[in-house]
Every structure is written in C-alpha cells, then in structure tokens.
Design a protein. Structure first.
Length: 364
C-alpha cells in the first residue's frame, strides 16, 4: 500500500466508525491503526481525526483489544495524544504499556496518574526510562514497599533529597528494601551510610567499598549534609536553615553581609538568617547564637557585638527588636546600651574565645 492510499481511506474509515456492530468496530479499529502507521506523511488535521476516532472506538472495546492497541502505540513518539492519555488512565492491564514507555506522556499526565490510580499504575510509571523528581515524590509518598523498591532500582528515576530521606527511613525498617536502597547509585552518601547499621554483612561491605572509592570532596559534602539532617531531625536547627544559610553565604560572597543587613533580618522576621549571620560575625556556633536570642540574653548579645566592634546604635537596634513585645523595651535597651559603652573589645574577645571552644568541641 502506498503512502497516499491510507490517507485517502481515512474519510471512509471515519464513516464506518458510526456502525454499531462491535465486530465491525473492532475490525475498523485495527484497520484505522494500520492506516495510521502506514501513512507517515499525515497532516496535523489527519492526526487530529485519527486521535478522535481511535478514542471513540476504544470506549466499548474489550480489555484485550484496548491492551493490544496500547502495546502498539506505547513507544510511538507521534502517537495520538488523547488516545495515549485515555489508555494511561485505563485499567492496569491496558495502561501498563503506555505508562512504562510512551514518550507522549508529560509530567502533568504522569502526575495525574500517580495521584489517582493504584499500585500497578505507580509501578509501571516507576520503570520508565526517566522519572522526574516531581513524579517520584508522589510515588514515594503513595507507593507501597513493592512500588518503592521498583522506583529505587530504576537509575533513571530522579529522587529529591526529601524523597530520598523518606525512602531510606522506610527501607531501614523493611529488609526487603535494604538491597534496593544500598545498590541505588544515586543515593546520597550520608543516607547510604545510615543504612549500614540495619543491613546484612554483604551489604555493609558494599557500603564500605563505596566509601573507600568516594571522592574526598564528595565525602565532606556528604558528611556536612548528614550533620545538618541529623541536627534538623533532632530539632536543633530550624527547617529553613539550609535556605537561610545559602542566602547569607551569597551576601557574604558579594561583600554585602553588613551589621545593617543583620538589623534588617531581625526587623523582617528573618531570625534564622540573623542567627547564621551573627554566628559568622562572631565566629561562634549557631546554637550559641540561637540561645542568646531565644533567651533575649542582651548581656551575651552585647559581648558578641562588642567583640565585633559594632557601634552602640546597632546594638541598640538589635536589642529593641529582640525586646519588641516587652512593655519597656526602649528603656531596657537604653540601659544595656550604657553598659555596652563600658565594655572593652579586648574583654569581650577573651570571653568569646571560651564560647568558640564549644564550637570547636561540637565540630569535633
């Protein structure tokens, strides 16, 4: 059959679609499918007609026929979009083929499927050549352990940091997921090492071998991520710590991290950014800075500010903001400002040396 023949048959095939006989409609569905594949020079209008008629014909078709159609169109790059979406939302025996392979499905299509369908649909999506973080996040949240294992085994599936952490927490308490988690090449190294204490000897050896081969810079990054995660999990660091740290580091690199910016952080409610900046300014640990602010310890705040040689007006600004819900905030702040003027830089810096010992000990 020439390229032109299938195209010329399209109007006749569309007319036949109105016939009520299920047998005729079944034959028509197959003939229309052959017409589609036999006409590589289809116009956009013809593609639209193929799409509409194929969708219409599948409505009352048996499951086996729909599954056959799904298998035929599953990996076709220019497959009719509406047809593929309909098949993707069909029962699992039909949907599986297109969910596993169809390049026509967008992230929005896949998100709709994994949010509303069952485990067989989720597993089919989990073995696609690539799975985005957004889709993986939903699969980790909704998938059972079999589905999660399927996703973990797929190196083409991208997992966000949060999804990776959630997956590892589940894997820790489910031995059937141990190997899938440990052997996932993209698993962050700190999460991989979290698995060490719960897996069998063979998998422990794999973890040790991966650690031995790890680039030193990557190892340090992983250790830092692990420390932040553990501290955050213990409630020691606020949830916005990482975001605030990145912002403060950006300002610091640009030479814009000034005492005035710290005051702005306080006034705008950016307490985490203020604490990070204050700890960097005084070279103390975050927790010491946090303790000072939480307790409204203006004596300690004065020591920090004086050691950094900040002028009294800035200290007074910090103090007033910290005491903002105190009935006599201004009066108390001015009293501390007078005390601030009497502090010497040398004395405050000696005091800070003891506080920095705490930071060094904690880092060790």
């Amino acid at each position: 059959m020439s390229d032109a023949a299938p195209a010329s048959r399209l109007p006749d095939l569309i007319a036949m679609a109105a016939e009520g006989s299920s047998e005729n409609r079944r034959k028509l569905l197959r003939e229309l499918t052959e017409s589609f594949f036999g006409n590589p020079t289809r116009t956009a209008a013809e593609d639209s007609l193929y799409d509409a008629v194929l969708v219409s014909l599948t409505v009352d078709m048996e499951t086996a026929v729909r599954a056959e159609l799904a298998a035929r169109f599953a990996d076709v790059a220019d497959a009719p979009v509406s047809l593929i979406r309909r098949l993707a939302n069909d029962e699992a025996s039909v949907a599986g083929a297109v969910l596993r392979a169809s390049p026509v499905l967008t992230d929005e299509d896949l998100l709709s499927v994994v949010r509303t369908h069952g485990q067989e649909h989720l597993r089919a999506v989990s073995i696609r050549p690539t799975v985005s973080e957004a889709v993986s996040d939903v699969i980790v949240e909704r998938g059972d352990d079999v589905t999660l294992g399927t996703l973990l085994r797929n190196d083409g599936a991208q997992l966000s940091r949060a999804a990776s952490e959630a997956a590892v927490e589940r894997a820790k308490v489910n031995p059937t997921l141990h190997q899938d988690a440990v052997e996932r090449s993209a698993l962050p190294a700190d999460l991989l090492n979290d698995m060490y204490f719960v897996v069998e000897a063979r998998l422990r050896q794999q973890i040790l071998e991966q650690n031995a081969q790890m680039d030193p810079a990557l190892l340090e990054t992983a250790l830092a991520a692990g420390r932040v995660r553990v501290a955050t999990g213990d409630g020691a660091l606020p949830a916005d710590y990482n975001e605030s740290l990145a912002y403060v580091e950006e300002l610091k690199a640009a030479g814009q991290l000034t005492p005035q910016v710290l005051a702005r952080f306080l006034r705008s409610g950016g307490q985490t950014s203020f604490l990070i900046a204050l700890s960097q300014l005084a070279d103390i640990d975050f927790h010491t800075a946090n303790q000072i602010v939480e307790r409204r310890d203006l004596d300690a705040l004065a020591v920090v500010c004086r050691s950094a040689d900040l002028d009294r007006a800035l200290f007074l600004t910090y103090a007033v903001v910290l005491l903002n819900d105190d009935g006599d905030a201004m009066g108390k702040a001015h009293a501390y400002a007078r005390m601030y003027a009497e502090l010497t830089t040398e004395a405050t810096q000696r005091t800070l040396r003891f506080w920095r010992m705490r930071r060094t000990a904690q880092a060790a």
